[in-house]
Write a protein that binds this ligand. Structure first.
Ligand code: NDP
Length: 453
């Protein structure tokens, strides 16, 4: 007779938890998964998926503008409720598919909050306790709150998907993935949009040329980009908000959205009770197999703050299940991960930035192209595409590819194969250019940028 109620109890039905639970169950384990909100987690419910649909929706304004040069007369008007509700319908559909797939694999879904009581026990929201041989923490992250006077007036991306109406004037605080994506969305949908970033150039951590390019493009598209703007206070003024900055500037808007990072979601989870160690940022510390210092407790995804991206959470969840339930010890390779910012223009990037490459390699060669994609030329659209390749000057191997421009995320997926494979620039260049595309420029960059003085 089994000692425990389940072999595996997973807390959190997001990307990582769902994958781990399914693979473990398919391997024969008795698995339960608890979710306090909706099956699917951040990516499906209030992240990647609905965000991408809002980006699709927001792009139409530019498409309609460009269409005129191609002979079309379009009388466009926009209805936020239609977009919001259609996106939510799709979110509901996907959440249902996740639940169905869990059920098909034999996973028991418990739509309640679960907290850890001890290394083999969880307590559910209804007070029941359940025991399991192993517990997997896959609770993801949550938006970092804006800790300034009046900070509670700022919404996070969680609420942005469900707005009653589209605000006329929006301020977005932050300069990372979410801030850039939502500035692009609100601007595209017609709101007067300001992005306030505390530093000089947005998208910290990305290649410097990409950062400058996106910042200039956003401004050119009509976003009011405020730099060196540290928010100091938010005050409610009637139905609007007055936001003041540390340097004395201020701004009145109808909606303030904070996108200042995300933090591991571990509040009240009982990790202390079980003796699970966390780092200074609150992330659960795990080894290469996602095991915590408590042998029966594992953790995957954003709650471990390794690389906070959906495909990584999925891989970590899968690797955990393979390691423990398929007798196939698997580590996740966190190197050379392609990533995208669905902004204006979109960014696709993989590998080392020029700065990172110069810090870690003796000889670095850089190739760059900046051009207007064909379609934009006829349309009179000033948006330009930037492509940049960073190469190890000693081995000729590709170290990084960075694209900011139309379709960049689609292009970078394939460029990432070459970078991951350690392809040399010589072989990359032997690839015939596919004409006429924007992507062809990637294999036509033959002239090295001069080395920095
Ligand atoms: P990011 O870490 O990307 O960016 C946070 C931004 O907020 C930075 O510009 C940061 O400035 C700024 N900031 C931090 N603290 C403060 C503060 N107290 N006051 C003002 N500004 C502040 O976080 P996001 O919230 O944009 O996204 C969270 C994570 O979600 C991402 O890192 C990514 O892992 C994931 N994500 C991925 C997406 C994708 O793959 N397309 C899309 C959306 C999210 P500074 O640069 O100076 O530190």
């Amino acid at each position: 007779m089994a000692i425990y109620d389940f072999d595996l109890f997973t807390i959190g039905a997001g990307s990582g938890g769902v994958r781990a639970a399914r693979i473990a169950a398919l391997a024969g384990a008795r698995v339960a998964i608890a979710e306090e909100y909706r099956i699917g987690g951040t990516c499906v419910i209030r992240g990647c998926v609905p965000k991408k649909h809002l980006v699709f929706g927001a792009r139409y304004s530019q498409e309609f503008e460009d269409a005129a040069a191609y002979g079309w007369t379009v009388q466009a008007s926009f209805d936020w409720a239609t977009l919001r509700d259609n996106v939510q319908k799709e979110v509901g559909r996907l959440s249902g598919i996740y639940a169905t797939n869990l059920g098909k694999a034999g996973v028991e879904i418990i739509e309640q909050r679960a907290e850890i009581v001890d290394p083999h026990t969880v307590r559910l929201g209804d007070g029941r306790t359940i025991t399991a041989e192993r517990i997997l923490v896959a609770t993801g992250g949550r938006p970092t709150p804006l800790a300034i006077p009046g900070g509670e007036h700022a919404i996070s991306s969680n609420e942005a998907f469900l707005l009653e109406r589209l605000p006329e004037r929006v301020l977005i605080i932050g300069g990372g993935y979410i801030a850039v994506e939502f500035a692009t969305i609100f601007d595209g949908l017609g709101a007067a949009t300001t992005l306030a970033y505390r530093g000089a150039t947005i998208l910290n951590g990305f290649d410097d040329d990409v950062r400058a390019h996106v910042q200039a493009s956003l401004a050119e598209a009509g976003v009011n980009v405020m730099t060196n703007a540290t928010p100091a206070a938010i005050e409610k003024v009637g139905a609007a908000f007055r936001v003041s900055f540390a340097d004395g500037r201020s701004l009145e808007v109808d909606l303030v959205m904070a996108a200042i990072g995300r933090m591991p979601h571990t509040d009240g989870l009982g990790l202390e009770a079980a003796g699970v160690q966390r780092d200074a940022a609150g992330a659960v510390i795990v080894d290469a197999y996602s095991q915590t210092n408590v042998p029966s407790i594992y953790a995957v995804g954003d709650v471990t703050n390794r690389v906070n991206l959906t495909p990584i959470a999925i891989r970590e969840g899968h690797a955990f299940a393979d390691t423990v339930y398929n007798n196939r010890p698997t580590k996740v390779d966190h190197a050379m991960i392609p990533t995208a910012v669905f902004g204006h223009p979109p960014v696709g990037t993989v590998g080392l930035t020029e700065k990172m490459a110069r810090a870690s390699h003796d000889v670095v060669h850089v190739y760059k192209a900046v051009f207007r994609p064909m379609k934009h030329v006829v349309a009179g659209n000033p948006e330009r595409t930037l492509m940049k390749i960073v190469v190890d000057g000693v081995t000729d191997r590709l170290l990084g590819v960075h694209i900011a421009g139309q379709d960049a995320p689609e292009m970078i997926q394939l460029a990432a194969v070459a970078v991951k494979a350690g392809l040399t620039k010589a072989v990359w260049d032997q690839t015939v250019a596919l004409h006429p595309t924007a992507a062809e420029e990637l294999v036509l960059m033959k002239t090295r940028e001069p080395d920095p003085a």
